[in-house]
Design a protein around this ligand. Structure first.
Ligand SMILES: *Cc1c(COP(=O)(O)O)cnc(C)c1O
Length: 589
């Protein structure tokens, strides 16, 4: 890596610390892990997000599992460093002032500054001051305004803060796509141009990289033309609505990002395939997600790894050598993690789970497609084998988006099943799923369960967090598990592989078969063999599905600019774009 290459990473949510409510789920946690990985590898990167003063929300569940929410307010004033710069973005013809708070992600070889944009300034109207308050809050109008602050405000803020050598703008999901509008303005010398010239398009394409995160067409941000015209005004609205990726007068943020990116990727091999089907004609690649191993490895496993190969902290590939660690040591480390989880369950709910019983973990955003209730398809069968084969207990957690009625219904169904199964299978649902709870759950469960409806899971990352703690997955073959599952070595597959939508009944039957005939007997009758599965889970998947590998792949495949490209570009003077035309933007060839 040479210094002049600077990546600006834009994400609507970033999980910086467990108690900073600036994230909602997988996307934000992945963003945080990406920044931690970049800081570890010394990749020159800066990041932009919104401050989210009221966070996502605090989750409350009543005895029936009905969710209610309260704001998760926090004060950046008491935690972050204020930046003196102010920039303005135009929203509905008004100038909205934007400031930022800085958080530093410190890694092994570098530091990644993160700017959390904030519109809560006296100069702004009451309504504008609330624009950066609530993550995924409000209606479409509020969301579009937030995306203007993130994209356009972010590009301007980076310049104001002196980050003039950005060679790559990385859009983490379509929420960040309005940074393209910021770059179009910049190219035109500070004003929105009347049209996008071929030259402007090429220059901007050379600077942008886009990662898409959902394989569900409805999951992509889309704004109707009327709203876009109201918020952005002319000529910005017409400019964006005319882009190739926007059909039928709808501003599709994914379409916009696809049109203006030199490199596009999905977050797993299967997701690449599905995305190519949704967006034919665009060259979509894949870089499979990874988790920040040091963040997600629980203390007993950190100690175990430190004892055998302390190099693992700076180079996660050393986790491959776990394959030679005696399985008994893995089992001991896991017992400690399980005790911690059960103590937490006891403390939060008063329920005393059995440390010797097979414990399944299931925690993720409560959304209909995640199917938290698939396990309860046939409660009688579950009851039967829990009595004959060995006891079973299950720990759930997960928040539903405040307006996702389908997700909320999932939580209620788990509560209902828990009540029905009470005498036979113990089921607990913990409130307030966040990074801290995820750390306990992913490490403390014996088996990590995932039952999404195919092909809707782009990647999934909690199974990777489990893997770095030796916890094998039992999962539908979707997302990362299509590539991460080695039957009997890293866990077990539910159902068959194939791009077709899943058949819930057959999948449930497969889930019960695997539990009853494979996992339960292995767990109770052959504990050493079970520990060997844990061991190969770490060696095969812990060593690979981590943020060091992921960030290195972004550097090689997405961020790197080849010597020829550098020469081609340095020969051309491009007005208005700082650094693209100068040799300084190219790594020394
Ligand atoms: C890792 C994580 C997620 C994402 O998990 P998936 O397996 O991708 O669903 C969501 N929320 C929190 C708090 C997490 O730590």
């Amino acid at each position: 890596m040479t210094a002049p290459l600077t990546v600006a990473y834009f994400s609507m949510e970033v999980g910086l610390e467990p108690d900073l409510p600036t994230y909602s789920g997988g996307l934000g946690v992945l963003a945080g892990d990406t920044l931690r990985g970049a800081a570890d590898l010394g990749v020159p990167m800066v990041a932009v997000t919104l401050v989210h003063r009221k966070g996502y929300f605090h989750q409350h569940l009543d005895t029936k599992g009905t969710q209610s929410e309260t704001p998760a307010e926090w004060s950046p004033e008491s935690r972050l460093e204020p930046m003196p710069q102010r920039v303005g973005v135009t929203i509905e013809g008004r100038t909205v002032l934007v400031r930022a708070w800085r958080y530093l992600v410190r890694g092994l070889l570098g530091v990644v500054p993160v700017y959390l944009l904030d519109t809560n300034l006296e100069e702004n109207s009451e309504w504008d001051r609330r624009l950066t308050d609530t993550l995924y809050g409000g209606d479409l109008h509020y969301r579009l305004c937030q995306e203007v602050v993130l994209g356009v405000g972010g590009v301007e803020f980076l310049h104001a803060a002196g980050h003039d050598s950005v060679t790559t703008y990385h859009m983490n999901e379509g929420h960040a796509a309005l940074l393209i509008l910021g770059l179009l303005e910049e190219f035109a010398g500070g004003q929105v141009p009347q049209e996008v010239s071929e030259e402007a398009r090429e220059v901007i394409r050379h600077r942008c990289v886009f990662t898409t995160h959902t394989p569900i067409p409805a999951g992509h941000d889309q704004f109707p033309a009327e709203l876009v015209r109201g918020v952005l005004g002319e000529p910005a609205a017409s400019l964006l609505l005319a882009c190739d990726g926007c059909l039928d007068g709808i501003l599709n943020m994914t379409g916009l990002a696809l049109t203006f990116s030199r490199y596009v990727n999905g977050v797993g091999m299967r997701h690449e395939e599905i995305s190519r089907g949704i967006f034919p004609g665009y060259p979509i690649n894949s870089i499979t997600n990874g988790i920040h191993a040091l963040t997600w490895a629980a203390e007993p496993f950190r100690e175990l790894y430190d004892r055998h190969f302390p190099e693992w902290r700076r180079d996660n590939l050393y986790l491959r050598y776990v394959i030679n660690v005696p399985p008994g040591e893995i089992a001991v480390a896991h017992e400690a993690c399980k005790r911690q989880l059960l103590a937490e369950v006891d403390q939060r709910t008063g329920v005393k789970l059995d440390p010797s019983a097979l414990t399944l973990g299931f925690a993720r955003r409560a959304a209909a497609y995640k199917r938290a209730d698939l396990l309860f398809t046939d409660p009688d069968r579950l009851r039967r084998f829990a009595h004959t084969a060995g006891p079973l207990q299950i720990v759930f957690a997960g928040k539903a988006h405040p307006r996702d009625e389908g997700g909320k219904a999932q939580i209620r169904r788990v509560f209902e099943a828990a009540a029905n199964l009470k005498a036979d299978v113990r089921v607990v649902y913990l409130e307030e799923y966040d990074i801290a709870l995820a750390r306990l759950l992913c490490a403390g469960a014996d088996v990590w369960l995932n039952t999404p409806l195919k092909p809707q899971e782009a990647s999934g990352t909690s199974g990777m967090k489990a893997a770095v703690n030796g916890v094998p997955s039992l999962s539908i073959l979707d997302g990362w598990w299509v590539e991460g599952c080695l039957e009997g070595l890293t866990g077990w597959a539910i159902g068959e592989d194939g791009g077709k939508p899943g058949d819930p009944e057959r999948e449930a039957a497969s889930l019960y078969d695997k539990l009853e005939h494979v996992i339960v007997p292995l767990f109770y009758d052959r504990p050493l063999a079970f520990a060997e599965v844990m061991r190969s889970t770490i060696a095969l998947n812990g060593s690979y599905y981590n943020a060091q590998r992921m960030v290195a792949q972004y550097v090689r495949n997405a961020y790197a600019i080849s010597a020829e490209e550098c020469e081609g570009r340095s020969g051309r003077e491009v007005p208005g774009i700082r650094s693209v035309s100068s040799a300084a933007s190219c790594p020394a060839a």
